[in-house]
Design a protein around this ligand. Structure first.
Ligand SMILES: NC(=O)c1ccc[n+]([C@@H]2O[C@H](COP(=O)([O-])OP(=O)(O)OC[C@H]3O[C@@H](n4cnc5c(N)ncnc54)[C@H](OP(=O)(O)O)[C@@H]3O)[C@@H](O)[C@H]2O)c1
Length: 316
């Protein structure tokens, strides 16, 4: 079993390198080995690796920057995803692809299910939705193509370039006050949990019997997966500082002030409510979704031991 992991250097990609290890031989590629804006490179890598399974954790994830460069966002999140899906189908390899809560507009006030209507508010959300559609179109044209689109949300991890948790810790170390948006709610999700969910899915594609009645062809489709629970960016920030303090992470911070989205304008519009319902993945794949705060505590403990104790700067 050879697994091609595209996007190995991202937050989720780095965790996937660990969780996919017991399942098969991983061939991880980052941007330097495979630039997704170059369709020829996609073809070359997939032909050379001849994978039995492809996991795509790479994406254009700069939500605000995407408003200024929609062509690049679409090239990576939509056109490259289509190419990967076509080549996966030709290779007979199932594809696990990651998508986002930002395909929704946030107009609901109960968790979004996989069948709810999409309506992205941003270029990033549109490009990710176009990527989902591309995978589904390839599947419609070929009855034997197996795929899973895993929509997740508010991702943070120890690895990768940066995220909300690392930004809060950096600001909290520099300033007495941080102001955080309190009128957007969702579910913070640890990259390690996403990687565990993907590994569970991958395992069941290889051996579809461990949970009894799961048939590999039944697994194709869209799945929502996040940690469980609901919070706002403001309450998430408060929790980050409380947990950091408990771990002894040094902070200058004295106050976290809640503000409205209108007080913190950004180029991209974000959904006010983007909670994803986890029921389908829990029922079909038996994937647990720990409480978001429990995962935050675990992530900070790991970050503390790898970053602070070895005297690295959070700016790295
Ligand atoms: N981050 C979130 O809050 C969030 C929320 C919902 C869903 N998601 C989805 O979750 C998945 C994983 O996200 P993440 O948080 O792990 O993102 P990430 O840390 O930004 O990682 C994305 C990876 O994609 C790579 N990439 C970007 N452009 C590329 C290109 N042209 N060719 C090859 N590689 C390229 C990046 O490489 P460089 O480091 O070189 O740029 C990076 O390693 C993505 O599908 C994302 O849309 C993320």
């Amino acid at each position: 079993m050879r697994i091609l992991l595209i996007g190995q250097d991202g937050q989720v990609g780095q965790e996937l390198l660990k969780t996919l290890a017991p399942i098969g031989e991983r061939v991880g590629v980052g941007r330097s080995q495979l630039d997704l804006t170059q369709p020829d490179q996609i073809q070359q890598v997939i032909t050379e690796v001849a994978p039995h399974l492809i996991v795509n954790a790479a994406a254009y994830t700069a939500v605000d920057k995407a408003e200024a460069e929609p062509e690049v966002a679409h090239a990576i999140n939509a056109a490259a995803t289509r190419k990967i899906a076509e080549l996966a189908q030709q290779a007979g390899a199932p594809l696990i692809h990651i998508s986002t809560d930002y395909v929704f507009d946030g107009g609901k006030n109960t968790p979004y299910t996989e069948t709810d209507a999409t309506h992205p508010l941003s270029v990033y959300g549109q490009s990710k939705l176009a990527g989902e559609a591309a995978v589904q179109q390839v599947a419609e044209q070929s009855s034997d193509f197996r795929y899973a689109i895993l929509r997740t949300a508010w991702v943070y991890g120890v690895c990768g370039k940066g995220n909300f948790v690392k930004t809060m810790l950096r600001l909290g170390a520099e300033r007495p006050e941080v102001r955080v948006v309190a009128d957007q709610v969702g579910t913070p999700t640890w990259a390690a949990e996403i990687a565990r969910a993907i590994a569970t899915l991958a395992t069941q594609w290889i051996d579809p019997t461990p949970n009894g009645d799961v048939n590999s062809s039944d697994l194709s489709g869209i799945y929502h997966f996040t940690n469980s629970g609901v919070t706002s960016w403001y309450d998430f920030a408060v929790a980050i500082f409380e947990e950091a303090e408990a771990l002894g992470i040094p902070l200058k911070l004295k106050q976290v002030t809640p503000i409205t989205t209108a007080e913190y304008p950004t180029p991209a519009q974000r959904p006010a409510y983007s909670v994803l319902a986890n029921q389908k993945i829990q029922q079909v794949l038996k994937v647990p979704a720990p409480q978001w705060r429990q995962s935050l505590r675990q992530m900070l403990t790991e970050l503390y031991s790898t970053t602070y104790e070895s005297n690295y700067s959070l700016r790295r």
